[in-house]
Design a protein around this ligand. Structure first.
Ligand SMILES: Nc1ncnc2c1ncn2[C@@H]1O[C@H](COP(=O)(O)OP(=O)(O)OP(=O)(O)O)[C@@H](O)[C@H]1O
Length: 278
């Protein structure tokens, strides 16, 4: 199958544009001529079989992983070719919540949230305290979470605290790698609600790598399926449900999808479980 075509060039709302991106490790090609747009104020979910390069793509966009071809523009600037000053400006406009290593264990929640502030801003300690407490409130943590250390927090509280840190600089977009993994279903649903509220109130864009079908069905405005070294298909849930590809069908119509799928889908009968391969 060929590469997915580049997106049209005239969209003002695009904040990330990947064009013909190729990433290899040695002789192994992970992504090849991949094209992708992420738009302002949308929750974009990334899904695909294990090992297809979801984390690699995320790390490549963040400039943490070299690419062998293509360009990635963030807020209209090619990060790779940007000056130090331009890079700093880009980094101040994105926040990241990695799947592992969410918080610094030696710092309390307040201090964790202040790490990006110290790195990128020049603020008084009093102002940083006030701002960090606002973020704690924004993500739905109780005020007394400020003084707690990561070891004293539940899994859900850690995710929220890490999100508060990702929001420290009031970014336009946050990158979330498996944000609901390890949470119970209620905690995961609460986290999805929080992300949707942030999108609606702050106009935040969210780039979310996830295996969580509930998140894909409930929270995502658009979904991109990675497979065959590119974006196999992207669009709203309705596009996923109609798309004729074995893995996409088995994922979005499989046994695990049945309890979250649209009502008229439930009786439609379906393919195998969600663990197919592309
Ligand atoms: N630094 C690296 N060096 C060599 N190979 C790597 C490196 N990082 C990732 N890979 C390989 O790239 C492929 C894609 O990995 P990636 O972690 O992006 O998959 P994924 O889609 O996020 O998978 P999962 O859903 O299991 O998290 C894998 O085969 C992985 O082994």
């Amino acid at each position: 199958m060929g590469a997915n075509p580049p997106a049209p060039k005239d969209d003002d709302d695009v904040i990330i544009r990947a064009t013909d991106v190729t990433v290899r490790f040695g002789s192994k090609t992970i992504l090849e001529n991949l094209n992708l747009d992420v738009r302002r104020g949308e929750i974009m979910g990334f899904v695909g079989p294990s090992g297809t390069g979801k984390s690699v793509l995320l790390r490549t966009i963040l400039g943490l992983n070299p690419k062998q071809g293509g360009t990635i523009e963030v807020f209209g600037t090619d990060y790779e070719k940007a000056s130090d000053r331009e890079r700093l400006a880009i980094e101040r406009r994105w926040g990241v919540l990695f799947q592992h290593g969410a918080l610094f264990s030696a710092l309390n929640v307040l201090e964790n949230i202040q790490v990006p502030m110290r790195e990128y801003l020049d603020l008084s300690p009093k102002l940083m305290d006030e701002l960090a407490r606002l973020k704690i409130d924004l993500v739905g943590l109780a005020p007394d979470a400020a003084d707690k250390y990561p070891s004293e927090l539940s899994g859900g509280m850690i995710k929220r605290a890490a999100l508060a840190r990702a929001l420290a600089l009031d970014p336009d977009i946050v990158f979330l790698d498996e944000p609901t993994s390890g949470l119970d279903p209620i905690g995961a649903a609460d986290f999805d609600e929080l992300i949707m509220t942030l999108r609606d109130t702050l106009g935040l864009a969210v780039y979310m790598v996830t295996h969580d079908l509930d998140s894909l069905f409930m929270a995502c405005d658009r979904i991109a399926v990675l497979g065959e070294r590119k974006v196999l298909v992207e669009g709203p849930l309705s596009t996923m449900l109609e798309y004729d590809h074995p893995w996409v069908k088995s994922y979005f119509h499989g046994k695990r999808a049945r309890h979250v799928v649209l009502p008229d889908e439930k009786s439609a009968g379906s393919a195998a479980d969600t663990q197919g391969s592309v």
